[in-house]
Design a protein around this ligand. Structure first.
Ligand code: ACO
Length: 377
């Protein structure tokens, strides 16, 4: 048994995967052999979902079949609507999503069927229904009617439609579709690991995804995009950037959206999101946050020069979502709506070749103590 501790499991391969390769020094991200820049330029979220679930791109017929499946699963279940009406004043969106996923598992009589065909159906079901649940939650909390899904829209466009009650224009729909592609998968990040640990006990896919959602929520992981928004909002104007950042660093705080466990150069997803941001900003009445994010990025590049701290995916997703009219507390749930495909793809791999995840801990506590009764202590 090893006498060292791998803090944060940094540099440890916990499993093998065919889904994703990251080169953190070169800034490369590859899904099953396809470069993220290529996928962002040419693919769709649905196609990438198929890729992750099958490690190959779909034929036309296979893509049409997947689209039909996602459309068929889009409806809001009555039990989820009741739950959202009950919970929306009590619980923030990420926990709502976590609960909704567990409830979907509770009502799915096939939830304990861990065969690959059934798991793929569950993966598509969760992908469709989580998006509907978040859109409905947002409508309900505003006192607005829930918007029924539209069969003629792609997954990303339909989500924006259900959320805002307005069909997005082509640029908005494409931008959101690409943002979902960028967030779909990222190797053995904390939330994926948490899903795998749960599945490795042969617990079902719904519980594994609920674990992942709980893990994504934290500000060092998926919660960083909302935190970036709060930082930019608190800065407010360009002239406040230096004083705000200096004060944060002096307090020992981290600048959210900066730094990554794996990338020691700019995250390629941040580069693609910045490009998209420039396009959206041309038509957006609400480009202030994006412009301020660019200035903040430039300031931090000088301030942190020489340190391996660069923008990560969350840095620009905040201001891009802002320009799409999405409220900041939905940024992390939206991350989950995309990452559900990567999570479930890893779960397919895990269930196909399972081994219980059960590491050790190095004991540092006391030894050889004799028990003393409570009256003698
Ligand atoms: N701002 C300022 N300093 C930072 C930041 C930051 N965002 N990130 C790391 N550092 C500093 C640390 O203080 C540390 O400095 P030190 O060596 O002088 O003590 C050094 O960089 C190394 O930091 P670690 O914590 O060892 O790096 P780690 O790999 O654990 O951190 C993490 C990765 C958690 C993402 C970190 O960079 C961070 O907290 N970033 C802000 C949160 C964030 O944006 N999270 C989203 C990540 S992407 C995602 O999950 C989708």
């Amino acid at each position: 048994m090893t006498e060292t501790v791998a803090r944060g499991l940094e540099g440890i391969n916990v499993t093998a995967t065919k889904l994703c390769r990251i080169d953190g020094l070169k800034g490369e991200l590859v899904y099953s052999g396809y470069d993220i820049y290529d996928l962002a330029d040419h693919s769709t979220f649905e196609e990438v979902s198929f890729l992750l679930w099958n490690q190959r791109l779909p034929s036309k017929a296979e893509l049409a079949e997947l689209n039909q499946r996602l459309i068929a699963e889009r409806g809001l279940d009555e039990i989820i609507e009741r739950l959202l009406r009950e919970l929306h004043t009590l619980v923030r969106p990420m926990r709502t999503l976590e609960i909704a996923v567990e409830v979907l598992g509770a009502v799915d009589r096939a939830s304990s069927d861990l065969t690959q065909p059934q798991l793929k159906l569950t993966a598509a079901r969760l992908t469709a229904k989580m998006a509907t649940a978040i859109a409905a939650y947002h409508r309900i909390r505003q006192g607005l009617p829930v918007v029924a899904p539209r069969d003629d829209l792609g997954h990303a466009a339909n989500f924006l439609y259900m959320l805002n009650g307005r069909e997005p224009n082509a640029l908005e729909a494409r931008t959101f579709d690409v943002a979902m592609i960028l967030h779909a998968e990222h190797e053995m990040n904390a939330s994926t690991f948490s899903a795998i640990v749960t599945a490795s006990t042969l617990s079902d896919m719904y519980s594994a995804i609920a674990s992942a959602i709980g893990t994504l929520k934290g500000p060092l992981h998926g919660g960083a995009n909302e935190a970036v928004y709060k930082t930019v909002d608190a800065i407010g104007e360009e002239q406040n950037i230096a004083s705000h950042v200096e004060a944060m660093l002096a307090r020992g705080e981290r600048v959210m959206g900066i730094g990554h466990r794996v990338y020691k150069t700019t995250d390629p997803r941040a580069i693609i999101l910045e490009r998209l941001g420039h396009e959206v900003a041309k038509q957006s009445p609400d480009r202030k946050y994006f412009d301020l994010s660019l200035k903040l990025r430039d300031y931090l590049a000088k301030k942190l020069e020489g340190k391996p701290l660069y923008p990560n995916v969350d840095f620009f997703s905040a201001s891009v979502y802002k320009m799409l009219g999405i409220p900041s507390d939905l940024y992390t749930p939206i991350f989950a709506l995309a990452r559900i495909t990567g999570w479930t793809a890893h779960l397919l791999e895990q269930y196909a070749d399972n081994r219980l995840v059960r590491p050790n801990a190095l004991y540092e506590g006391a030894d050889n103590r004799s028990y003393v009764g409570v009256d003698q202590r």
